[in-house]
Design a binder for this molecule. Structure first.
Ligand SMILES: [Zn+2]
Length: 481
């Protein structure tokens, strides 16, 4: 191999050349710094921590630089894409990266691939840096994680304070979006593999371990919420639109679903329901996107093997259409708190000025509802309709029809007896958590930006962060923390 020019500057194998020297310098600086801190009466352990972090950083940076250089030199002069031998090979092409420990520079080999008809840097592939951008994989992860949790303006300062890495807002924003788009691509690929029937290896690991013959119920919950987004055409024209009597339309629907096996739902010592393993999808891409993503996620949780599937949601028509299309044969349940809201609409129509009377009216009906006696409730509403006229009658009639349409979805007594969740609370609380992040004041994103960041958040939540960032230990799962 003709790699002599670099091999002379850094040895291929054996010890790290820069290490002994760097360690000696580090030791000296560290000792001096710590002595100062120990003697200063106004300094705490916090100052000692800060001193050690600060002094060690340059050592870490130099070790990383040398190790990365060694790794770069192991890449053979072969096209990393097509495997063809590279020609017109030259050495020493520098590229600098922002890493967890500061900026490092690596010299790489460059060669021409006659088959791909382009220049190749095989070392970039070896180091996981084949894509554009000048951030190391560790910094890419950092940007993705913090930007999906915090507004970018804060994220930049938080990263600098906790890690010492300086990522200006614009850089952080760009990197996070790039990672988000990468996550979307990966999701798309995983979902397509699933629909081509090749998704067995995507099954959630802890579910794969479960006894395969044990019959189980797969629970699916759906919900939607709205998000405020920048509409490129209307942005900056809010006042003008309002003058014309139009509202700017920057509220858009986000659709979500979650699925889990009933056996994965347990009670904590405090009596709270906890789901040990579940998969969530959340998309800004419309109902069709939700349909595809949720189906793939349900497959990962054993849709193909489930003895029975139960879908719980509010009464929205799109939900039951989606269920009929993708989860035909599933048992359906209306969330009881949504059903109750409809009874409350009747109560307020009957007793608009008298909350106590409205409460007294609804109490027996609530009990009937939870005892699966919907038929009696409908009969009672029919009785009311006989003596009502005008707008009040319209309200009661609408709610009566709503219950009638959902009649087969109201078996709460059976649900209780079988230990199933009554309502779609798990999904609603997940939606609330996304909302907290995506509704933060001052947050205006575009549709693409939203979907990308939401996709990152979902990889994180579903314990699949290591699929995006291979250096993350595969058993890392934030939902288990
Ligand atoms: Zn090639």
């Amino acid at each position: 191999m003709s790699m002599n020019c670099c091999a002379t500057s850094v040895p291929h194998h054996g010890s790290f050349k820069a290490l002994p020297q760097a360690v000696a310098a580090w030791q000296q600086r560290l000792q001096a710094g710590l002595s100062r801190s120990i003697q200063a009466s106004d300094q705490t352990m916090g100052h000692l921590e800060e001193e050690i972090l600060h002094q060690t950083r340059d050592l870490e940076r130099r070790v990383l630089e040398e190790a990365a250089q060694k790794k770069a030199e192991q890449a053979p002069p072969v096209c990393p894409v097509c495997g063809h031998k590279l020609s017109r090979v030259t050495q020493g092409h520098e590229r600098s990266y922002q890493t967890r420990f500061g900026v490092i520079t690596i010299r790489r080999l460059r060669g021409w691939c006659r088959r791909c008809k382009c220049w190749r840097f095989p070392a970039d592939y070896q180091l996981g840096l084949a894509e554009a951008g000048s951030n190391s994989p560790g910094v890419q992860e950092m940007a993705a994680l913090v930007a999906s949790k915090l507004p970018v303006a804060e994220a930049s300062a938080v990263i600098e304070r906790l890690t010492g890495v300086k990522l200006p807002r614009a850089t952080l924003d760009r990197e996070a979006r790039r990672q988000g788009r990468r996550a979307e691509g990966q999701r798309q690929q995983m979902d397509e593999q699933m629909s081509q029937g090749a998704g067995a290896e995507q099954q959630v690991p802890e579910l794969r371990l479960a006894r395969p013959r044990e019959p189980f119920l797969l629970v699916i919950e759906l919900d939607a919420w709205d998000i405020r987004e920048r509409n490129e055409e209307q942005w900056g024209r809010a006042e003008e639109l309002r003058q014309k009597g139009q509202e700017p339309d920057w509220w858009h629907w986000v659709y979500g679903g979650t699925c889990f096996r009933l056996s994965q739902r347990v009670k904590t010592a405090g009596g709270r329901s906890l789901i040990l393993s579940r998969g969530t999808v959340m998309t800004r891409g419309g109902i069709d996107a939700l349909k595809q993503q949720l189906w793939a996620e349900a497959m990962r949780h054993g849709l193909g093997q489930a003895q029975e599937v139960l879908v719980i949601a509010d009464g929205a028509v799109w939900i039951w259409n989606l269920v009929a299309d993708r989860f035909a044969g599933a048992r359906q349940r209306l969330d009881p708190w949504h059903a109750l809201e409809h009874l409350w609409a009747v109560a307020h129509a009957l007793y608009p000025e008298d909350e106590a009377a409205a409460k007294a009216w609804i109490k027996p009906l609530e009990e009937k509802l939870l005892k699966s006696q919907a038929v009696e409730i409908i009969t009672e509403l029919d009785g009311l309709l006989k003596r009502l006229r005008g707008p009040r009658r319209e309200v009661v009639e609408a709610q009566r029809n709503y219950l009638e349409n959902n009649r087969d979805r109201l078996d709460y007594r059976g649900a209780k007896a079988r230990g199933e969740p009554l309502g779609s609370g798990a999904m609603e609380s997940t939606c609330r958590q996304y909302q907290v992040r995506f509704h933060r004041s001052g947050q205006f994103w575009t549709k693409q930006g939203d979907e990308a960041l939401m996709c990152l958040e979902t990889f994180w939540r579903n314990g699949r962060w290591s699929l995006l960032f291979p250096h993350v230990p595969p058993d890392f799962d934030p939902s288990k923390n």
